[in-house]
Design a protein around this ligand. Structure first.
Ligand code: CDP
Ligand code: MG
Length: 755
């Protein structure tokens, strides 16, 4: 912008004229401004005293220049035509009216909590207010604001929105970082990232050096990562008194967070809403003369034409509706056309559709929970919380008065919990426990007892026990060598272990495909109307009783087709998701480089694939990762049934290739997960032989053969025969020793030992 350079030079002149507090360059041309207290350079950056002074001064000069530049840029945009139009829009958001109060409170308090209706401008405005104010006070180049989002899609879309509100492209002052993707430049001072990304940064940077503001968004969702992050940040605050922590929430449980942080200040952003009339089941029945459904009632409201929105959304399992279709729900329908929105509970707080007039609330949500007593995750429909019901009601009444029909009696509503259970109380805790150990946060149960709501002791014990069984923890809950490798890999421990063992046994390629395949949305699509055809297509990929091998084949088939530019057709014909295939492709690369960083894989030799075609070895490695997820196959005349030790009979999900078989020529099945729906179902399974289970099941790096054999003994007397046990025990011992050796000396070549 005109005048910028002149002003920079003026400021620099002022800057240079100040007397130096340090010995500087010999020519004395650069010195430190005594008034540069506003520039908070990192004291610890330079160790050598000579270098320190000079480099520091140079650095400050650079930062000062950049700060000026940022401010001028901001002014130029705000006074431009587009910029002032944008500012007008922003000024109409409820959050804007609280801007000054927000900034003052943030400057005076280390922790603040911001609560306001969805759409009031928390996510897009609050981080922006802070950035603008830092830039205005010439701290632009030294501020570093991190705003976490629970989902990658919101980190990406919000950063794009904020960049455009600032008249910039992504990657200038505003950027984002999610797993595998990011847009972030040298001058990025506001970064939107997933909560997971910030947690991984804490792994290498315990004090969040250089970060000035952390904003944790959507805390009302009470995701496990967010709850975990809050414990870590709470510990960090006394070590970083300058750091600011801002928590943002859509609902009314702000007091809970406030008291967690010792009575932190809460700012409510008031929003205007039109009245929403509330009807419970008894009102509806009375209103309709005990005959009509609420939908008929609404139907009387306007013309008969219904907007066929649902037709346009592709009906895939776990569909991520394409963004163009997604945008359609926000558009206003033509006059005389009715818009009907079918929404999951994501719409409770994450998106706002302004023209909604009627809300039908069924009062239920399908939610995962965790039964610690039986150590089983469950997926059951359950009643929602009062807050959720209120949120659902609040979807109406945004631009005109609305009505909400709760399809249950008021007495049922009165019995709802106040808030939804946080994820930390609804999920197995294995990954979390591993993370706690890798961040060196001390005793797991002590650490978790400081959570906003602590998980029950039994759930913690189950997780620790699991980590011991797979060999990640030793008896006193410390990380083993294997455990330390696992903390370097960002996936569930079972998949991480599979990768590690796969690279040790030189069959990395197929294992990479499996692990990547289970880290993305299910690549096998099952459209409701073509369920049979889709399941048949899936079993084309695996006639050998393994959903894991099916993933390998599907990926390899796609890759081959892709080389001939037929990847899309291949997916279409075989009911595969193109996005998932592409995601697998890039995850494979990411996981490969992580393994290379651990030293286990030498990218210059090709030995890591020497045994990649050995299907039996691949099954064994799968077993090694999934153990103790194992059940025995009991054949009867016409078919077979499955039994685990703890649960008795279990069933396979219908989309497993094994569910289509009537016989399986193996004695065991290992599985990724079990989940209780009405019965207990197994998801994603592979059939394995006795020897695979005996040699590879159990804690490969710990050598707990006895416990392992005892566990198997519960299934089959065969294993308890002394001579069998002895033979296998000896073999296992050798195997364990080899693996242990390799884990301790990752560069050692095991190839010659393979026989
Ligand atoms: O976080 P919160 O729900 O409070 O609101 P927000 O995400 O900051 O959105 C504030 C307003 O910005 C919305 O009501 C939309 O009008 C607008 N917005 C937009 O136009 N495009 C986006 N990608 C995001 C927000
Ligand atoms: Mg938001």
């Amino acid at each position: 912008p005109p005048g910028l350079l002149r002003r920079v030079d003026e400021h620099l002149g002022e800057f240079l004229s100040q007397k130096s507090r340090f010995k500087c360059f010999q020519d004395n041309s650069v010195s430190r401004s005594s008034s540069s207290g506003s520039i908070a350079t990192d004291e610890g950056l330079f160790e050598q005293p000579e270098l320190q002074a000079s480099s520091k001064a140079v650095m400050e000069k650079v930062l000062w220049r950049r700060s000026l530049h940022l401010r001028d840029q901001q002014h130029a945009w705000q006074s431009s035509l587009d910029g002032s139009e944008m500012l007008e829009f922003r000024k109409n958001l409820p959050a804007y009216k609280e801007k000054d109060a927000l900034l003052t409170t943030i400057s005076q308090n280390q922790v603040i909590i911001i609560s306001g209706e969805t759409g009031c401008g928390k996510t897009t405005q609050v981080p922006q207010f802070i950035l603008e104010s830092e830039i205005e006070s010439l701290r632009g180049a030294v501020c570093s604001i991190i705003c976490t989002q629970p989902r990658r899609i919101s980190a990406m879309s919000v950063s794009e929105r904020v960049a455009s509100e600032r008249g910039e492209k992504l990657g200038e002052s505003v950027g984002y970082k999610v797993r595998l993707e990011g847009m972030k430049g040298r001058d990025t001072h506001l970064l939107f990232c997933t909560t997971g990304i910030l947690l991984r940064r804490l792994l290498v940077d315990r004090n969040l050096k250089g970060v000035t503001h952390v904003i944790v968004d959507e805390i009302h969702e009470r995701g496990m990562n967010e709850d975990f992050l809050l414990i870590v940040l709470k510990d960090l605050l006394p070590r970083r008194p300058e750091l600011r922590l801002i928590l943002m929430s859509a609902t009314l449980d702000a007091e809970l967070f406030s008291s967690y942080f010792g009575g932190a200040q809460i700012i409510y952003i008031p929003g205007f809403t039109h009245p929403v009339k509330t009807h419970f089941l008894e009102d509806i029945l009375e209103m309709t003369g005990y005959r009509l459904t609420p939908y008929n009632q609404i139907d009387d409201y306007g013309p008969e034409k219904t907007w066929k929105m649902s037709k346009q959304a592709p009906r895939k399992r776990k569909t991520q509706i394409a963004s163009t279709v997604q945008r359609l729900i926000f558009t206003e329908p033509d006059k005389g056309v009715r818009k009907v929105v079918l929404a999951t509970n994501i719409a409770e707080t994450s998106i706002t559709i302004n023209d909604v007039v009627f809300v039908l609330d069924c009062g239920k949500a399908k939610e995962t929970s965790y039964d610690a007593l039986n150590n089983t995750p469950c997926l059951l429909p359950s009643w929602i919380s009062k807050v959720s019901a209120q949120q659902r009601r609040g979807r109406a009444g945004r631009v005109q008065p609305g009505e909400c029909y709760h399809l249950y009696p008021r007495s049922v509503f009165d019995s709802f919990f106040e808030y939804q259970l946080p994820e930390i109380l609804r999920t197995p805790l294995q990954s979390l426990c591993l993370q706690i150990k890798s961040l060196k946060l001390g005793s797991i149960s002590e650490f978790l007892s400081r959570a906003l709501q602590s998980p029950e002791l039994l759930a913690v014990q189950n997780a620790i026990e699991y980590l011991k069984i797979i060999g990640a923890f030793d008896e006193s809950e410390n990380l083993t060598v294997l455990g330390r490798y696992l903390t370097m890999l960002p996936m569930e421990p079972k998949l991480g272990k599979m990768l590690i063992i796969g690279s040790i046994f030189n069959c990395l390629d197929p294992i990479l495909s499996i692990v990547a395949g289970f880290s993305v949305r299910d690549p096998f699509l099952t459209p409701l109307e073509k369920k049979d055809a889709a399941e048949a297509a899936k079993s084309q990929f695996s006639r050998d009783h393994s959903d894991h091998l099916a993933i390998i084949r599907a990926y390899e088939g796609w890759k081959e087709a892709e080389r001939n530019f037929g990847g899309y057709d291949f997916c279409w014909k075989n009911f595969l998701s193109v996005q998932s295939m592409k995601a697998i492709d890039s995850l494979r690369k990411e996981f490969f480089s992580l393994l290379r960083d651990t030293g286990l894989v030498d990218e210059h030799s090709n030995t890591y694939n020497a045994w990649s075609l050995d299907e039996r070895l691949i099954r064994a490695v799968i077993c090694c990762g999934l153990y103790p997820g194992v059940c025995s196959i009991v054949h009867n005349e016409k078919s077979f049934s499955l039994k685990t030790m703890e649960d008795g009979q279990v069933l396979l999900y219908s989309n497993s290739v094994n569910a289509r078989e009537s016989r399986i020529p193996y004695p065991w099945i290992v599985f990724n997960e079990k989940i209780k729906v009405n019965s207990i179902f197994l998801r994603d399974s592979t059939a394995i032989s006795d020897s695979m289970l005996l040699l590879f099941g159990g804690s490969i790096s710990k050598g707990d053969q006895e416990g392992h054999l005892k566990m198997l003994g519960g299934f089959l007397e065969f294993f308890m025969k002394p001579d069998v046990a002895e033979t296998y025990q000896k073999l296992r011992m050798e195997l364990e020793e080899l693996i242990q050796m390799k884990l301790l000396n990752p560069t050692m070549d095991l190839h010659s030992h393979h026989e």
